[in-house]
Design a protein around this ligand. Structure first.
Ligand code: TRP
Length: 444
């Protein structure tokens, strides 16, 4: 009860859905998914990603939220509570610690990319892109990457925005933002989709994303797909566990999480179907463009469509908002924990942790190798490992009666299927992919 007063509780099930979707839908969907799909050959990669979402991501997400709601505290203390309840050794709390660390690591490079999006609100708004071709758009993006000082400013602005919401308390700070702006993002994505359909090479894009050519798929591609399933659902580091801790007691966990997972996946696929038609219809753009894909292909579309200046500005505004509501969840687990220790209040905790991430972001700006390393370590190692341990914990170590009552699934046939997946299928798949890709790396 004490903790609930301290952090607040979501007003109802829908606020949780919006907040969790706000966390899940972010740069991962709009920026990262299209470019990694592009780099890994499209179709087969997308299929593996969808499989990972369905049989690892969504089931493990239920497990992670379940721990949060059971423990009712920051991930570190929630893990401590459920570990004690299960009569186990305290080392399981490491899941919480690793999560706090992973959150800061992700926030470091995430806020750099979000800074690019903030910058693009103004670049697009001032009409810089009007009439550009692919090559010119590429040069403009390259110019931003070369301007280190400018990037630091945009990055800092984004970190400050995040600080504001987290300091205010997530349940208070976020509700409005999510409720109003998330639906807006959907609308603009649909408009972009329509533009790509009419003006771009939609058929080529569709084929690229959904034609399953397995010869293009490598083990590293499979590992990237798994890692991205975790990244895009904000899974494996306690973010969604922290949000689960603020979930009302009587909300159906299963249905709620499926809603979030489906929304997140739809946004990613629509973003892909909006971006690739333009890529294929524009000379000088290729799917394997890399991290610059969204920042180069979409300006070409905005620069050449009627009303593009307005839509473009709105689009990058919404991407920034989506990134904002995600970044909040990267910092929240650590802040909630620090606030629980009572050594700092919420504001001081937030300032402390965002400062760490801010410094990490500056390191990423000046050294691209750090950017890549943080991305790799978190998405492809820490998040899947976190998910593996969460699945093992809920599947094997928590008392079945507790799991069943938290899921509110007494006698529901889907409960047994879910528990089977969390016990056997998800852990086995995570372990198999990690081991196989490691083996593949060692052999080749
Ligand atoms: N899911 C967000 C996105 O796709 C990023 C994110 C927010 C995240 N919180 C997280 C990723 C926690 C991993 C863990 O942009």
């Amino acid at each position: 009860m004490d903790q609930r007063k301290m952090h607040g509780v979501w007003a109802n099930r829908w606020t949780f859905i919006l907040a969790a979707t706000g966390s899940a839908v972010g740069l991962g969907n709009i920026w990262k998914f299209p470019y990694i799909a592009g780099e890994n050959g499209g179709g087969a990669f997308v299929l593996v990603y969808l499989i990972c979402i369905a049989i690892v991501g969504i089931p493990v997400m239920m497990a992670e939220v379940l721990i949060g709601r059971r423990g009712r505290m920051s991930p570190i203390n929630a893990m401590r509570y459920v570990t004690k309840e299960a009569g186990l050794h305290g080392s399981w709390t490491a899941i919480g610690w690793m999560g706090v660390l992973a959150g800061l690591m992700i926030m470091s490079f995430y806020s750099v990319v979000a800074g690019w999006a903030l910058n693009y609100i103004f670049t697009t708004g001032s009409g810089t892109f009007s009439g550009v071709n692919g090559e010119q758009a590429g040069e403009l993006f390259g110019g931003l990457l070369g301007d280190k000082g400018g990037q630091v400013l945009w990055h800092s602005a984004f970190v400050l925005l995040t600080l504001g919401v987290v300091a205010a308390g997530v349940t208070k700070g976020l509700g409005m933002v999510a409720r109003v702006l998330m639906p807006f993002l959907f609308v603009v994505l649909i408009i972009l989709l329509a533009y790509g359909f009419i003006k771009g090479d939609f058929a080529a894009a569709f084929q690229f994303l959904f034609d399953f050519k397995f010869d293009k798929l490598s083990w590293s591609g499979v590992r990237i797909a798994l890692g991205h399933a975790f990244f895009t659902l904000s899974l494996g580091m306690g973010a969604i566990m922290a949000y689960g801790a603020y979930m009302p007691r009587h909300a159906s966990l299963g249905r709620t999480i499926i809603t979030v997972g489906v929304l997140d996946t739809v946004v990613a696929l629509v973003a892909g179907l909006a971006i690739f038609p333009i890529v294929f219809a524009t000379d000088g753009l290729v799917p394997s463009e890399g991290p610059g894909l969204m920042f180069v292909s979409l300006p070409v579309a905005f620069g050449n469509m009627p009303g593009g200046q307005v839509f473009g500005t709105l689009f990058f505004l919404l991407v920034s908002v989506a990134a904002w509501s995600s970044a909040v969840s990267l910092i929240e687990p650590g802040v909630a924990w620090l606030a629980e220790t009572k050594r700092f209040n919420r504001v001081a905790s937030t300032v402390l942790l965002t400062s760490v991430a801010w410094l990490g972001g500056i390191a990423c700006i000046y050294n691209g190798a750090i950017f890549d390393a943080l991305d790799f370590l978190t998405s492809q190692i820490m998040l899947p490992l976190g998910g593996l341990f969460i699945a093992i914990f809920v599947g094997w170590l928590m008392r079945r009666a507790i799991v069943c009552s938290e899921m509110d699934a007494e006698g529901h046939p889907l409960f047994d299927i879910w528990l089977f997946v969390v016990r056997y299928v998800s852990p086995a798949l995570i372990a198999f992919i990690m081991i196989a890709s490691l083996y593949d790396k060692l052999v080749n």
